[in-house]
Design a protein around this ligand. Sequence first.
Ligand SMILES: Cc1cc2nc3c(=O)[nH]c(=O)nc-3n(C[C@H](O)[C@H](O)[C@H](O)COP(=O)(O)OP(=O)(O)OC[C@H]3O[C@@H](n4cnc5c(N)ncnc54)[C@H](O)[C@@H]3O)c2cc1C
Length: 441
Amino acid sequence: MAGYDADGLGYKSFRPDLVVIPSNAEELARVVQVLNDSRLPICMRGAGTSLSGGPVAVQGGAVVHTSQLREIRKINREGLWCEVESGVNLNQLDAALLPSGLCYPPDPSSGPVCTLGGNVASNAGGAHCFRYGVTSNYVLGLEAVLLDGTVCRFGGPAGGRGSWREDWKRLMIGSEGTLGAFTRFWLRLTPRSEKSWTFRATCADLATTERAIHALVKHPSFPVAIELMDPRSVAMVESSPMAVGLPMDHFLLVAEIDGPAALVDRRAESVAGVLREAGCTGVLFSDDPAMRTKLFKARKAQGGLLGQVSPDFLVQDAVIPKRALAELLALIYEEADRAGLPAVTVMHAGDGNLHPNFLFDSRKPGDIEKVEAISKRLMERVIAVGGTLSGEHGIGNDKSEYMGMVFGPDSLRMQLAVPSAFNPAHQLNPLKVFPQRRFAA
Ligand SMILES: Cc1cc2nc3c(=O)[nH]c(=O)nc-3n(C[C@H](O)[C@H](O)[C@H](O)COP(=O)(O)OP(=O)(O)OC[C@H]3O[C@@H](n4cnc5c(N)ncnc54)[C@H](O)[C@@H]3O)c2cc1C
């Protein structure tokens, strides 16, 4: 059970009373029914890569792990959809789709590990979601086990609402395990793009970086991804075995365009031109797959390095208006430096999804308090500049206390009506999303 006591937010751990690994969807439905009858809290878990304290048993009870629901049941090439079980891993699906020339676009960086169930429950995003959109844009239908063990389908391969008047499926997506246990999805597929170009550039200062981001966002090539690393992140990568030879005091931008070969080939030079005109240096670009991987390497390596360079880290996940980037970076540096904690920031810059990572040691007295106080002040400022609490990681139990900063009492009351309708006693994933969701057995 120790292996199930935390998610990617490792320092907050809650040991469950039991872990159940059903062998198939029918067994999962029966398990939920028995746990409901036993009045035990139920926490669904995919791969446990959540960074917001989602799949953890905060009130004890059972963790139900979907690792055995791993079947890709159908790939429909003509209809452009697939049917998968909720424990299917994202990269597993990508590999299965490859021969068909089709693609499932949402791409959280945890793809080698995370499950579709976790993706749908947290409405996951990723680098390429700037153009393609997040998970909710691709869920045509889903099957969920409700608290009493009833199996319901919302939508289906044809999309829409299925046999319901309202679009219940939209409520289920992003519900973070609070409404039901997902067993199966019908997902929309797209043709794989014919050709991609990757661009990497460095920027000596933030003003140049912002100019380049704004120019890319407006460029007719409509980039699929615009990724940013601050100089502290670059320095962290460059001081590691993953170093790629970047100047340590520069910002890093990585962008991608894709589409029909004839079109993107003509546009590649003009995207590089936009970066140069904005004042970027070291502009490199390529359509060669091996070279493209190299250009993306520093950005891809960043997340994995955190766990190697620090005993603990907290990855925050805020959405900000892009104009507020300078103000928020200044706040992050000021707060982290004052607390004596390293902070390295990355961003899905196209859609304003900011991820400051605070490195600390939970064994050192005071570190947890410092990092949590910084998080709170950061979120207060994010909201003050017009941003919000989560871009893609969800609220979990990490940010549930901040809900009142964004939503007023009336709004909270109405939003709480949704989980209350599905499980009035908050037995499903208690103390997640809303701090009031405590399970009273
Ligand atoms: C290195 C790293 C990079 C990451 N990059 C990204 C990124 O780019 N974009 C992004 O959006 N996220 C990212 N994440 C966060 C995380 O990977 C995603 O939120 C992912 O969707 C979680 O999937 P999972 O299978 O690990 O779910 P878990 O962590 O197991 O669970 C997440 C939530 O989903 C619920 N849940 C899981 N399975 C089910 C089910 N079958 N039925 C109902 N509820 C369920 C859980 O209760 C929990 O609330 C990253 C994480 C790491 C560690």
